[in-house]
Write a protein that binds this ligand. Structure first.
Ligand code: SD4
Length: 312
């Protein structure tokens, strides 16, 4: 099956549907990927991306996002930005420049403001309540517990002519240190796409993912002729082995990828890692990479035992 979009977590399904609809009407894969990511950024129900994202230890929502065009290799990103409604749009704009493509903090916000992007409060009441309750219950005193709450929407798209693009967006770790940046907006680590080979993106504990250029490694394997699924699995396994050989206990890590022909792959060190896929023919579905006692499979949503899963 040839797919036109693959995206991390179940939360991406409405975005993928919207992206596919747009691709059918408009044909522009960059636009389709951006609108799909924005759909997740705008949904308050998702506590790890855009509006509704959980705040840092100061109670402020700080967001990371990036965009890459697989045809031109243009890439841009914003890091640790506050009050930007759709950081992926700013990342896309930055990808058009030859210099200053990755901006952090105030400089990025100033760029967004002066270029007419929407600036607004990003702390939703649901996230504020969660923050206050966590601090009150003293749970924030064990940040390693709170840090477990995180996800990233990563979306890789391909049009029927083979042009590829990738967008990512996240609020990072709940109660992170102000200014903390994860792997998501770091090119090669959290995302990479090249229409001549394929694209890959990662989600999980950024500090661990960044110890290797996981997304670039997967694309490099596809470039050297490896199939997309084994590129995902072997790159992730190798990376975890590298960490463990240095006595690092690897945090959660999951990857998605699409090759230049629209075949998809995914791998994880979680028990269940849901992801979504869409095609311009109208098919959109939730799939999952599942690890049960060493048995690793990609399954359709209907065949997964979701009781064992509690995420978005
Ligand atoms: C980060 N990689 O900021 C992101 C968070 C994430 O699943 O994707 N969690 O480290």
């Amino acid at each position: 099956m040839r797919w036109n979009m693959i995206a991390t977590w179940k939360m991406s399904i409405d975005g993928v549907r919207e992206g596919m609809e747009l691709l059918r009407k408009d044909g522009d894969i960059c636009k389709a990927v951006i609108e799909a990511v924005k759909n997740v950024e705008d949904n308050e129900a998702y506590s790890s991306v855009g509006y509704g994202g959980l705040p840092n230890e100061d109670g402020a929502v700080e967001l990371d996002a990036a965009f890459m065009d697989g045809e031109t290799l243009d890439a841009g990103g914003v890091m640790a930005v506050r009050n930007i409604k759709n950081p992926v749009e700013v990342a896309h704009r930055l990808s058009k420049y030859r210099r200053n493509c990755f901006l952090a903090g105030e400089g990025a916000v100033e760029f967004a403001r002066s270029n007419g992007f929407t600036i607004c409060e990003m702390l939703a009441s649901s996230a504020k309540i969660k923050y206050e309750n966590t601090i009150l219950r003293g749970k924030g005193q064990n940040p390693l517990e709170a840090y477990k709450e995180h996800d990233t929407v990563c979306i890789i798209g391909r049009d029927d002519m083979g042009r590829m693009a990738c967008g990512v967006s996240t609020s990072g770790l709940f109660l992170k240190h102000p200014g903390r940046v994860g792997d998501s907006p770091v090119i090669g680590s959290g995302f990479y796409v090249d229409s001549l080979s394929g694209g890959a993106a990662a989600t999980g504990v950024g500090e661990d993912i960044m110890k290797g250029c996981l997304s670039y490694e997967i694309v490099g394997r596809m470039r050297r002729g490896q199939d997309v699924q084994s590129a995902c699995q072997e790159a992730l396994d190798d990376h975890i082995r590298q960490l463990e050989s240095r006595n690092h206990k690897a945090g959660s890590m999951s990857v998605i990828a699409m090759d230049k022909n629209g075949n998809i792959g995914a791998a994880t060190n979680l028990k269940i890692f849901p992801f979504t896929a869409g095609s311009s023919s109208g098919k959109c579905e939730v799939l999952a990479a599942v690890n049960t006692r060493g048995n690793r499979r990609i399954m359709r949503a209907d065949d997964v035992r979701w009781e064992e899963y509690g995420g978005d």
